[in-house]
Each structure stands twice: as C-alpha cells, then as structure tokens.
Design a protein around this ligand. Structure first.
Ligand code: NAP
Length: 256
C-alpha cells in the first residue's frame, strides 16, 4: 500500500536524474502513483532516456510553459495516458545566468526578467489552468521554491521570480479551494542540480548550510524534498493549502 495508490500525477520539469522532479517521480511511483513526465525543447531526448531509470516506465510529454499551443494541447496529450489527473508537480524555473543571476541584480534587463517571471512564476498558474479539465474530482498542485522571504547571495532575479511563485500559489489556493484543489509549495534547501549549477556563485549560498541547519543538510540528497512533495500530493495534508513547507534541515528557523 502506498500513499498515492490509484493516483495519476504529472511531474513537469524532469531533465536529468539529478532533477528534483526525477526524485519526485521516483518516490511517487514507489508510493503507487501512475506518473506522466514532461520537459521541453532540446532536453526532451535526454528526458526520454533518463525516465528509463525510474522504477516504472513513464510517458514523456513535450511542454514548454511559454508556448500557448503546448498548454492548450496538454489536456488531450494527457488523455492519451489517463482520463484524470490527481496531482501536478511544477518543478520548473529559468533565469538567464549571464544577465540576471550571480550578483547581477542591478541592471537586469526587462526582457530577461520577463522571461524568468513567465517561466518560473506565471507558469504555476498557466500550467495549473491547463490541467484543470482533468482535475474534476479535486487534486493537489505542488511547486518548488527557494525561500523568497530573504535576499540571498547570487540568487538575484530568481529570488524575485520565486516571490512571485509564492504569491501565485496563494492566489491559486484561494481560487481553486472551492474545487477541492490544494496548492502548496516546498521550499527546499540548496540541492546539486542542473539549475543550481547554472547559477554563478551558488556555492556561496550552499556554504555553511549544513552547519547552520539543526538537522544538517546533504546537497546531494533530493529524497527528503521529493518525499515532502509526495506527502503534499497525498491525502495526508487534506486541510492544507496556500502553504510553504520548508525542507531545508531547519535552516530557515535559525537566527544565526
Ligand atoms: P532542473 O533539473 O534544471 O529542473 C528545472 C526544469 O525546468 C528543467 O527540467 C528545465 O528544462 C525546466 N524548464 C526550464 N524552462 C522551461 C520551460 N520554458 N518549459 C518547461 N520546462 C522548463 O533543476 P531543479 O533544481 O530540479 O529545479 C526544479 C525546481 O526546484 C525549480 O523550480 C527550482 O527553482 C526549484 N528549487 C531548486 C533548488 C536547488 O537548490 N536545486 C532549491 C529550491 C528550489 P531544461 O533542463 O531543458 O532547461
């Protein structure tokens, strides 16, 4: 018996087996879910190879969250594999590392900022809306943030995008609660993934995390984050929405 037995989940944003989305797909399958995965563009071929490392085969859909046609076609693409969706995992972010990240806050050009906001924040709403036709019996939407209540080294405009994502999740929670749909985020500590490596100076952010976090922190272990996402997808958080669950070893709660 798994906590996602009989559930169908879309995990959007799986490129490598280092992706948080891959860890979520793995734990979700271990907990009984049928999983559909999506990614976009040139990395799609990599995703198709990588999903073979999951416990069960998972269909891979092409989905660029900035492409209106992809979003409009998503319900039909999903219907080729399932007649309903119980959960959506948004594990997607992008900001141009050469213009927006690594200490480049001042001077960040608007077209790049707009792209970062669209991919990393607005897409939580657009992707959720695209999935609604298959979520008629309620469901759970879970996204990934990096605590946007603070200004971090190197994170710059991605921090602003995450603040937008966090606000977006609360408005979605407000509007979709009456439909029985919960919307929550997991605020993970720093994890070694492609997205993290692309941020110049992200190591400064990682530095000292495990010392300050009372539970310690392993940047190579994505399983605690994945488990929290899966718990939020399950019935074990039936009255929780608009929430941000920290999975950071307790770092956020410490003064120094
Ligand atoms: P990741 O493996 O690089 O995952 C990010 C995913 O977003 C990739 O699959 C990427 O595809 C996809 N993506 C980018 N632009 C897209 C678009 N226009 N349409 C659809 N997909 C797009 O890195 P990750 O660390 O697992 O990131 C997953 C989530 O966790 C992100 O929201 C990230 O901000 C968040 N998070 C990460 C950390 C960390 O320390 N790693 C901490 C807290 C929160 P491509 O690879 O093809 O570009």
């Amino acid at each position: 018996m798994g906590i996602l037995d009989g559930r169908t989940i879309l995990v959007a944003g799986v490129t490598m087996d280092s992706s948080i989305g891959f860890a979520v797909a793995k734990v979700a399958q271990e907990q009984g879910a049928q999983v559909v995965v999506s990614n976009f563009g040139r990395a799609l071929g990599i995703t198709r190879r990588i999903v073979k490392r999951l416990p069960e085969p998972a269909p891979v859909l092409e989905l660029d969250v900035t492409d209106e046609d992809h979003l409009a076609a998503l319900p039909d693409a999903l219907r080729e594999h399932t007649d309903h969706l119980d959960g959506l995992v948004h594990s997607i972010a992008y900001g141009n590392p050469e213009t927006l990240l690594g200490g480049r806050f001042l001077g960040g050009p608007w077209p790049d900022v707009a792209q970062a906001l669209q991919v990393s924040a607005y897409s939580l709403a657009s992707l959720t809306e695209a999935c609604l036709p298959l979520m008629g019996r309620g469901g759970s939407v879970v996204g990934l943030t990096f605590d946007a209540s603070k200004a971090w080294p190197a994170y710059d405009w991605m921090g602003v995008a995450k603040a937008g994502l966090e606000s977006c999740s609360r408005y979605l929670a407000r509007d979709l609660g009456p439909e029985g749909i919960r919307v929550n985020l997991v605020a993970a500590g720093p994890l070694k993934t492609l997205a993290a490596k692309a941020i110049p100076g992200f190591e400064d952010l990682e530095a000292g995390w495990s010392e300050r976090a009372p539970l310690g922190w392993d940047e190579g272990d994505r399983e605690p984050t994945a488990r929290a996402v899966v718990a939020l997808l399950s019935d074990f958080f039936p009255a929780t929405t608009g929430e941000i669950v920290h999975v950071d070893g307790g770092y956020h709660a410490m003064g120094t």
